[in-house]
Ligand binder design. Structure first.
Ligand SMILES: Nc1nc2c(ncn2[C@@H]2O[C@H](COP(=O)(O)OP(=O)(O)OP(=O)(O)O)[C@@H](O)[C@H]2O)c(=O)[nH]1
Ligand SMILES: [Mg+2]
Length: 205
């Protein structure tokens, strides 16, 4: 897909604020600091559209980005941070759960895990929860540039085994630094969103 435009739309704190134009939505989930905002920036070839956080867990909204008037990326705040009260976490958890389970335009969840380490217990619960509700998932292993080429297959295998991924399910090894996995991920997104596939142009930056 050629990226003609990309823009921040809204930080939604309640379902009333979700866009109502029916464009397909691709959500990004994963623990705080795993690289969700960086991945959005890399996919869109924008340096700082999605704010990368020096304060993990600060994002408490669903951040919507519109691409080409064709689809939305929805940056879901990271799970697994401690500095939020239990009540806040519960209210927030319900909003995310409802979004993920009931949002009609949601076509795919990119679940990000840090490729350097085995998925955490929270990563596993998230994966099992999404699978249980039949929500389409693509697992993305982030920060691949921190590994050597020869370490990658071993780390990929640990991710697959720890999450219990079925054989055919794709695991995209991704780096926001080098752009590794960018084309592969775009074609998965285009397919899920029902968009005609084209190679995204690197010239949009
Ligand atoms: N080397 C390397 N660093 C990365 C990569 N992706 C993200 N980072 C770094 O990891 C840190 C967190 O990245 P973010 O993109 O802000 O992570 P996030 O998942 O959006 O975090 P929250 O918004 O807190 O949930 C930043 O310092 C990024 O520069 C990557 O592919 N390679
Ligand atoms: Mg972020």
């Amino acid at each position: 897909m050629k990226i003609k435009s990309s823009e921040f739309v809204i930080s939604a704190v309640s379902p009333k604020q979700y866009p109502d134009d029916g464009l397909p939505e691709i959500a990004l989930a994963g623990r705080s600091n795993v690289g969700k905002s960086s991945l959005i920036n890399k996919l869109l070839l924008r340096k700082n559209l999605a704010r990368t956080s020096s304060q993990p867990g600060k994002t408490q909204q669903l951040n919507y980005y519109r691409i080409n008037e064709e689809l939305f990326f929805v940056d879901v705040p990271g799970y697994g941070y401690a500095k939020v009260s239990k009540t806040e976490r519960e209210a927030w958890g319900r909003m995310i759960e409802n979004y993920l389970r009931e949002r009609e335009p949601l076509k795919l969840v990119l679940q990000l895990v840090d490729l350097r380490h085995p998925p955490t217990a929270l990563d596993v619960s998230m994966y099992e929860w999404l699978s249980h509700y039949g929500i389409p998932i693509c697992i993305v292993g982030t920060k691949a540039d921190k590994l050597t080429k020869s370490q990658m297959p071993k780390h990929g295998k640990i991710v697959r085994e720890t999450l219990g991924m079925p054989k055919g399910q794709p695991l995209v090894l991704f780096s926001s630094e080098t752009g590794q996995g960018r084309d592969e991920l775009w074609s998965i997104i285009e397919q899920a969103a029902g968009l005609p596939g084209e190679t995204p142009a690197e010239s949009a930056e």
